[in-house]
Every structure is written in C-alpha cells, then in structure tokens.
Design a protein around this ligand. Sequence first.
Ligand SMILES: *[C@@H]1O[C@H](CO)[C@@H](O)[C@H](O)[C@H]1NC(C)=O
Ligand SMILES: *[C@@H]1O[C@H](CO)[C@@H](O)[C@H](O)[C@H]1NC(C)=O
Ligand SMILES: *[C@@H]1O[C@H](CO)[C@@H](O)[C@H](O)[C@H]1NC(C)=O
Length: 357
Amino acid sequence: MEGWKWIKVAILLCLLPFTTARDLKFNLMQKQQLPRYNHTLATIMVEYASAVYMSDLIGLFTWTCSRCNGLTKGFEMIDLIVDVQHCLQAFVGVASDLNAVVIAFRGTQENSLQNWIEDLFWKQLDLNYPGMDDAMVHHGFYTAYHNTSLRPVILSAIQEVNELYGDMQIMVTGHSMGGAMAAFCGLDLTVNFGYQNVQVMTFGQPRIGNAAFASYYSQFVPNTIRVTHDHDIVPHLPPYYYFFAKKTYHHFPREVWLYNIMYGNLVFKTEKVCDGSGEDPTCSRSVSGNSIADHLVYYGVEMGCDDESDNSCKIVMDARVAASATQDQLGNFIFTKNSSFSTLKMNGERVHLVDSS
Ligand SMILES: *[C@@H]1O[C@H](CO)[C@@H](O)[C@H](O)[C@H]1NC(C)=O
Ligand SMILES: *[C@@H]1O[C@H](CO)[C@@H](O)[C@H](O)[C@H]1NC(C)=O
Ligand SMILES: *[C@@H]1O[C@H](CO)[C@@H](O)[C@H](O)[C@H]1NC(C)=O
C-alpha cells in the first residue's frame, strides 16, 4: 500500500508542472486580454450614464443640469441627440480631464421600467450579427443603436473631434438598455471604423448576445467593464441557461460586481473584479436577481429618469434651444454645439424646435 501512495505522488508530480504551466499560460492570456478595472474612472463614467437620462434638454446640452456638476465638470457637449421616434437619447462630447471623447446612451424610457424588465425574459436571439459566424444578438437592442438617428450623428461627431484634437480615447457608456447600446457602439467603432482606442463601461446592462457573440466582442473590445450591482435584476436577463450552452444568452467580460457585506449592522461596500468568462458564478450570478432598486443606483449615483411619475418619452421644451436644435423629417432633434465645431445638419436645413407631442 505504501508503494501505491508513492506512485500516486510520483504521477501527481509529473502532471503538476504541465497543468500549472498550462493554467498559468491560460491565465496570462486572459490577463493580457482583459482590462484593468479603475474605480476612479468608474465613478466618473457612472455620472455620464446618469446625466444622459435628463429630460431637461437645455440643462443637459449646456451641462448645467442637476446631474452635470459632480466629477464631470467641464464636459464639453458636442452633440445631443433625441430620437423622438424611438424614444432614445444619447450625447457625444469631450472630457478634457480624461483626454477622451465620451459617448453616453440613455436607458429605456418608453414603457415603465417594470414592463421593460418583464419583457426582457422573452427576448429572442433573433439576429445574426453581421460578419460574425454563429454570433447571435437580440434584434431590438441591435437596431436601437444601428438603425436609428443616433448612429450617424455619433459617427460624425467622433470624426469632428478627431480632426480637431487628434486621436483621443473613446469612452462609451450607458446604463440598462443604454449599456446594451454602448456595447454595440463600441463594437461598431472598432470593427467597422477601425478605432483602436475604444473603452466601454456599462452599468446594469442586460445580456445582448450568445456565447459566440461574447467571444467576438471581447476580442474586438477587450477594454470593457460591465458593472453589476448586488441583486440588480437586469444583468440576469434575458436568462442564461447553462444547460443550453450554444443557444443561450451569454454576457461578455469583464464583470465588476458591487455588493454589500454585512457584519451585524455594519455594511461594507465591496467590489469584486470577476473572471474572464463573462458568466462568473461567484459574482452577480451568485445571488438572485430580484431587485429593481439595486438597478437604479450605481456607486451611490441615481440612475434612470429624473421624473419618476413620467413613463412616456418626455421632452422639455425651452425657447433657448431653438437656436441650437435641428429637427429631421421624422421629428428627431439634434442639438449641436455652435462654436469651433461645424454645425451638423440633418437633411441640410436648420428648422426651429417645435413641440412634437
Ligand atoms: C484611473 O482613472 C483616473 C481617471 O481617469 C486616472 O486619473 C488614474 O490615473 C487611473 N488610475 C490608473 C491606475 O490607471
Ligand atoms: C432598419 O429600418 C428600416 C426602416 O425602418 C427597415 O426597413 C430595416 O429593415 C431595418 N433594419 C434592420 C436590421 O432592422
Ligand atoms: C452660431 O454661429 C453663427 C456663426 O458663427 C452665429 O451667427 C450664431 O449667432 C451662432 N448661434 C448661437 C446660438 O450661438
């Protein structure tokens, strides 16, 4: 019996160098590919993702809104786009302290948040991501970015900034549905326009594609952080069916999970940088996603609409915006900075802002 033990040990010793070497190599590869999480940067980006929800357009456009005065002071707005038709909102501007172009997308405002979340359970993987074998995504999320008035304005704004300032870092952010759009935008800028310096940070984002998509995504936009908060329900949706690996939704990496540890009545806020799989079972997935309240606060910053009573696509009109806004045929508004930047015009003409309701 003694002899057998030694043989086992010998076999283990033989195997050990191989396995550890391989694991190490694997880990190194993962480390190279995955971004370093920067807490300070996250607390700045979350304020952009929060501000883009503002319905007070003039306050947002002039960066004087109630959510515009924290760590984002000095932000220079270039374009604010309000897609009235699809009830979407996004902006592009320059954060000189970050030496970056910041692009932010608003989450859904069309239905009540509750309804939107209920619908998430049933979203199908119903679109082949163009040019990527086996990569499936949800058509609705994809088209919200790719097939609305937002994309062309964002693209030309980035081009303008690059012409004026040279190549800057591009930081794309959004909360909830806005996070899904931010991810599609980051991927688009990288794959279709060759931008190398794209960084994506999303908050409380739903799943948007399958495992093949997640794998492509993380190769093209490795500099991505997907922040989740405690029991926030949205990152759990559409559901992940681990027994159905090829057909199920699958998050891309890298998740950073914010959660609370309780010792008696002491609460410790904790951040966990998760593994490179996208579906780390020890992060958000280790708890049940049963909270909408956790969806609406990230890093202590209020996310979601500023006007809770309002479930519709609300636009606050102000006479002062007339000079800055253009409106396209479909009734969408584009607010363009009118200084060193050339004015972007939809359909080649400038029209006065009118209440579209
Ligand atoms: C984290 O981000 C902040 C803000 O952009 C930056 O000032 C700081 O140098 C970064 N820290 C690291 C370790 O990269
Ligand atoms: C984009 O929108 C147009 C017009 O609304 C529509 O015909 C087209 O099928 C849409 N494309 C996708 C990929 O949904
Ligand atoms: C925009 O620029 C033009 C020409 O530079 C100027 O005449 C106009 O008053 C400006 N409008 C605003 C709102 O600043």
